[in-house]
Design a protein around this ligand. Structure first.
Ligand SMILES: [Fe+2]
Length: 151
């Protein structure tokens, strides 16, 4: 049985994934300098993965007889992932990615809980699968963060 909480979380996650695609794409393009290359490469790889997440979420919404949202429902939230004014400020992008991944991890954990409560194992499986990817991204960027002295 699906609930409004489940479809709301699926919709929120869909929008977040697309915002992530946009900000990873932008930051993978704009960063400069010797510290930037690995981070840009990693962001580049994650773009497709985040897009795949959006597609899986959209398909699940369709199965639940709901439509994934169009751009007019879009609400931007990732303030810390905006391209830095100083394009060599790789650290700010790393911090922004960690924040975005933390946020995604929180959303998928809520979705797992809501799906479990509603006895919706298929949505739960979708959320667990995507959560595993987000945790892997988080670990990778936590590794990048270690290269920078804490401030
Ligand atoms: Fe994702």
């Amino acid at each position: 049985m699906t609930t409004d909480e489940i479809t709301d979380l699926l919709t929120e996650a869909y929008i977040d994934e697309l915002e992530t695609v946009m900000n990873y794409l932008t930051n993978a393009t704009v960063l400069d300098g010797i510290h930037a290359e690995e981070v840009k490469e990693s962001l580049q790889e994650d773009i497709q993965e985040e897009l795949d997440h959006a597609q899986i979420l959209g398909e699940r919404l369709k199965q639940l007889d709901e439509s994934p949202p169009g751009s007019e429902s879009f609400e931007a939230n990732q303030h810390s992932l905006q391209p830095p004014a100083d394009t060599t400020d790789v650290q700010s992008v790393i911090e922004g990615v960690l924040e975005a991944e933390d946020d995604a991890i929180g959303t998928y954990r809520s979705l797992i809980e809501a799906a479990e409560d509603a006895n919706d194992p298929v949505t739960e499986d979708v959320a667990v699968t995507i959560l595993a990817d987000e945790e892997a991204h988080h670990t990778e960027f936590r590794g990048f963060q270690k290269e920078f002295p804490s401030n």
